[in-house]
Design a binder for this molecule. Sequence first.
Ligand code: B3K
Ligand code: ZN
Length: 902
Amino acid sequence: MPKIVHRKDYRPPSFLIDAVNLEFDLAPDETIVRNTMRVRRNPDVARERSLELVGEKLKLVSAEVAGLPTDVLVSEGGLTVKNVPDSFELTLTGLCAPSANTAMMGLYVSGGNFLTQCGAEGFRRITWFIDRPDVMSTYTVTLRADKAACPVLLSNGNLIEEGDLPGGRHYVRWEDPFRKPSYLFALVAGRLVALEERIRTNSGKEKLLQVWVEQQDLDKTRYAMDSLIQSIRWDEERFGLELDLDRFMIVAASDFNLGAMENKGLNIFNTKFVLANAETASDFDFANVQSAVGHEYFHNWTGNRVTCRDWFQLSLKEGLTVFRDQEFAAAMMGGEENPAARAVKRIEDVRVVRQMQFGEDSGPMAHPVRPESYAEVSNFYTATVYRKGAELVRMYQTLFGREGFRRGMDLYFARHDGQAVTCDDFRAAMADANCRDLAQFERWYSQAGTPRVTVTTDYDEAAQRYCVTLEQGYGRTPAAAQGSQTGPLLIPFAVGLLGANGVDIPLKLQGETVAQGATRVLELTEVRQTFTFVDIAAKPVPSLLRDFSAPVTVEYDYNADELAFLLAHDSDPFNRWEAGQRLATRELLALAARSAAGEGLEMGVSLIEAFRRVLTDTALSPSFRALALTLPAETYLAEQMAESDPAAVHAARQFVRKELASALKAEWVAAYEDNQTPGAFQPTPEAAGRRALKNLSLAYLAELADPAASVRFATTQYRTANNMTDRSAALAALLSASVIAGDDVAEQALSDFYGRFEAEPLVIDKWFTFQATRRGTAQRPTIARVRALMNHPAFSLKNPNRARSLIFAFCSANPAEFHAADGSGYGYWAEQVVALDALNPQVAARLARVLERWRAFIPALREPMRAALATVAERAKSRGVLEVVQKALAGYSSEPQTKSNR
Ligand code: B3K
Ligand code: ZN
């Protein structure tokens, strides 16, 4: 196992760097970086004689402590300056090689442009530094480059000087007045153009906003700019936080490991999360652009102005900023006060938590929101840190209300602006601002695993009392989480009770004199607690964990009628959706079990009738209906099984899709026709909701045994679509229908799609993904198509988006094909992880995670999975990949374990 870093070993830095002056002479093969730092001993820390700096893949040209003889020792991972005074100026000149940097950490070249990625530990590949977030400095940056190749030279902060240099070169100098950690440094240089806009903030200051892209993408920047302006406005309104720099820049990069990065004043984005217009981007892409732009902008306060003391505190900024982007997007769905519209966003977010985070929490990479250790920090930008972290932040708001939460935020900034702090500091601000002891809440940060709340209810008719007993614990606890679980959590558990008429009963707890609303947030603090509601005239149906008030699973013995009742009546739209999902999950798991046992499949009418009611209930918004009529994902379903069986889940889910398609055919056709969006494309929530329901209807129709009608609809829709949502939904329907209707139509559409969008890399990514996620046939398994596509001229392993569009799509979004019984998918996976490991370890480590939960699968798949993991463990070299596969294999003995004893 690579070297492990532990949270408990945190020590403050021995030296501080107050100011940094960086000068770059940019050239692709060899860039000169001259770094002058004002360094002083940290007065709060025991004296160290020598200064230790980290640096990777750098060549030292010269080192000089101003005015003193300088004794420097260079090693592979850094450099030591011996016997330094208490305060001094150190200048280091070094070389790095951007064009050879395929890992895309530090300074690298993408499409002829220079750009940087420093979060979390990339700055050390640019120059030697105390590369940790609790060392904050002011930066002055001078960029020099060939003027023709790099007319645009950008860095953080404000532009203070520019001019020409001899030999066709020029320079620009930037100054960032705010102290920042090195991970927020950025530079961009190249041939770019910008969409610009000037706005005034609430306090009347003028700001320049820019979205920088390559020339051919200028027509895809409007939505990102609008999203930026909305983000700025929303943060002023909701949190009283103003943009602090005179200019704010977004840059789109087509080679990028992640979604985006919040560098101070110079956010760098994967093109996928910036570029959007009607022809090239789907509604889903538009929504991603909006929330990513919001996310990175919101980091300016939650992350940049107040940053993390160390990387174990990553959720301090990520959980909080995800919560903020979720709230922002919910507000954009239909105003701050529109519960039904907000619920659509909430449902989408909960679906992600459940699919990504609950799974992670049950495997070998399970870790607390504030991890205790890591080998490779980039492996900890996880669903747990981001998504569960956001749920933790949301719980403060659930406990204290929006106003109480705002008081906590205000106190947090009043205390910590300009500092590098911890998750405990955030919790203390929330507690102190609301006069509340939140000591118990700390366990949410230190315990791994998904809590389970088991609910029992008891109605006493004579006493008109209804008791709700909540008991908390953990379900299957993976080895990785054991030991972290030390006691009960404070769980805000929102409950409502529905009367026989489907209306909420006003809720009065024992001891209260008047009823207080229809939803009560019960605070579960002990292992087991009973809450008694009084004046309950008849036995109610409980609506549990409304709005998903805590990231837990709920066990309650609902019968099918109760679920159908909640789906029809619950005033909490989230739980309405939830009831439908429970109903469907139950049916699907029963069918998967039958399929696994080789028994025939048949289904009752209750799910069909429940779906019919939702589909035809025009009082519900189309977007809500589309979500409620979408079956739980195959991966989620597989995880609910004692032993995951992807083939059985796929068979069950396909069976149900077909049954729903034929039983509700007339209704699907009507919904398809009633939800057209004629006229120019509008990326609004209402229009997107109509398209979602229309295209979901088309997808169901494509499952019919006789797909003629759907092929007709889809062919016309494909031809006449004026937007990517409709065109890609039509193509998807043709691909589904091709399983029965034959390949011709589908192949024609695929080749048309390629020809139409050849010049649009993000759309060509979709083209690869369509094929990677296609259902295979015995003659043409999907893996064969995928392997063939690896040789397509447009494929490249070096471009992370392209690699993800084919390899990741196949390995993680096509479970039935990937988990083929012959193990062919796993062999392919191992090859690709090893190939990527040599190029780009961060991307490779993400792919490596696909097999981490191999122990949860049926025995027949476990052995080939283990063998594939062992191959990777033997051949991979990077810390990140090794951490993942070694954790996955840890504790393995040749006796495969079953779930019950792990
Ligand atoms: N903070 C970056 C992620 C950096 C990941 C480095 N491996 C993106 C974000 O959450 O805004
Ligand atoms: Zn973030």
